[in-house]
Write a protein that binds this ligand. Structure first.
Ligand SMILES: Cc1cc2nc3c(=O)[nH]c(=O)nc-3n(C[C@H](O)[C@H](O)[C@H](O)COP(=O)(O)O)c2cc1C
Length: 174
């Protein structure tokens, strides 16, 4: 069994700059990491999934952020079995999506090597690497909060970039 786990949230449907997609931008990166590391994976899927249209999704996400909602998600994963965790998410309203907070708050990342990655459309990691540091006390964060424009994640250039990032982290992949 692998000691490396890829955890991610990603939204399929209509999204900014990419039209309507069956596989989200962050998920494409997550799948590339899984393919290149043979890691296990867990996708955070909200019980009430987000609407198909971009406009509706940003409205729901904004309301959730304003109320500090903690949306429930389907299933779970026992992270105690893993030493190294890739942690992927899109930037939503300059922050982690609220369902990502739901996941983090239910788990203890202390002692784990955590390598955050995200996609966005201009905000970079929007300070979320720092947010993760405070939400995951005792975790050892590596990889400098890797971030990529979502539409680039769908191109060969994006896949090349995530592989370059991965290559620099090989010593932590177990
Ligand atoms: C609800 C919502 C809020 C977003 N807020 C931001 C933002 O604040 N900054 C930004 O750069 N991109 C923002 N985006 C764009 C996404 O971060 C970007 O499209 C990302 O690649 C989506 O990843 P996914 O396909 O894995 O869900 C937002 C998108 C959505 C749906």
């Amino acid at each position: 069994m692998s000691k490396t786990l890829v955890i991610y949230f990603s939204h399929e449907g209509e999204n900014y700059n990419v039209g309507t997609v069956e596989v989200g931008n962050t998920e494409l990166l997550a799948k590339e990491i899984v393919a290149k590391t043979s890691a296990d994976e867990f996708k955070i899927v909200p019980e009430n999934n987000y609407p198909g249209t971009y406009q509706e999704t940003i409205e729901v996400a904004s309301a959730e952020q304003k109320s500090s909602a903690r949306p429930k998600y389907i299933g779970d994963v026992d992270i105690t079995n893993y030493d190294t965790i890739f942690f992927g998410y899109p930037i939503w309203w300059e922050d982690l999506p609220m369902v990502v907070y739901s996941f983090i708050e239910k788990h203890n990342f202390s002692g784990k090597v955590v390598m955050p990655f995200n996609t966005h459309e201009g905000s970079g990691n929007a300070g979320t690497n720092e947010t993760l540091k405070s939400l995951m006390p005792g975790a050892i964060l590596k990889g400098d909060g890797f971030n990529m424009t979502g539409s680039i994640a769908r191109t060969e250039e994006g896949i090349k970039k995530i592989n370059n990032w991965l290559d620099g982290l090989r010593e932590f992949i177990v």
